[in-house]
Design a protein around this ligand. Structure first.
Ligand SMILES: Cc1cc2nc3c(=O)[nH]c(=O)nc-3n(C[C@H](O)[C@H](O)[C@H](O)COP(=O)(O)O)c2cc1C
Length: 208
């Protein structure tokens, strides 16, 4: 293992960091196939990603679909990492994997919709948890919402402009400014779809 001010270099596939003194500091140098990667020392962690994923699975949440219009077609992806940031100004956020196929197109439009799924919408969540250009075809869209990519029969929706985007690890953190939201008479009498420990869950008892 070789350390300097900024980087530790690791051999791809090895159990741990390996000495490689030939490269300049602070530069992400070669692909995994070529044998080495460089990381800033501050980004190196002993936390195992799978163990972290398992631990984070203990955090129960609702499920959203982040949707948008790409080439005049609605598309999107299932997203658990949604949260509110600020009421005034009205800001919300979520994180999207850098490998997302749908986000680059939605980003271009600088507009997206957060659709909060109801407990009957597990199939919608499953449909948008896959990559592919056809997935929007298997979902009921609310056609009376002025061309926005609003999914029908959700708990609520927020239509947002893209406020800012931040590159963090293997995700982008997106901040959206809420420009419009579901009307008060939008279908509220449903329970949320919940995700906990890798499975869909439902609230027990009366609905909201
Ligand atoms: C319950 C659940 C929650 C998810 N949450 C996120 C998330 O917060 N961010 C993300 O980027 N992907 C999340 N995903 C994975 C994406 O939905 C999945 O990778 C999808 O295929 C992405 O589609 P795309 O490549 O067309 O963008 C989640 C999947 C499921 C089933």
């Amino acid at each position: 293992m070789h350390r300097n001010d900024n980087v530790i270099r690791c051999a791809a596939g090895s159990a741990g960091p390996k000495l490689d003194a030939a490269e300049p500091a602070g530069v992400r140098m070669r692909s995994m196939e070529q044998g080495t990667v460089a990381m800033k020392q501050s980004e190196v962690s002993t936390i195992d990603s799978q163990a972290l994923r398992y631990a984070l699975g203990r955090f129960a949440s609702g499920i959203t679909v982040i949707s948008g219009m790409v080439d005049n077609m609605p598309t999107g992806f299932t997203c658990q990492s949604f949260y509110s940031v600020s009421l005034n100004p009205p800001l919300v956020s979520f994180c999207v994997m850098k490998t997302s196929k749908s986000w680059p197109g939605i980003r271009l439009s600088r507009r997206f919709t957060v659709n909060v799924l109801a407990e009957e919408q597990q199939a919608v969540s499953d449909a948008f948890a896959k990559s592919g250009s056809e997935k929007g075809k298997h979902v009921d869209w609310a056609t009376d919402q002025g061309g926005k990519a609003v999914i029908a029969k959700t708990l609520m929706w927020l239509d947002c402009s893209l406020h800012s985007e931040h590159e963090l690890g293997d995700h982008f953190m997106i901040i959206g400014k809420v420009e419009e939201m579901s009307p008060v008479d939008w279908d509220r009498q449903r329970n949320p779809l919940i995700y906990f420990r890798g499975q869909y869950r439902q609230l027990l008892g009366d609905n909201a």
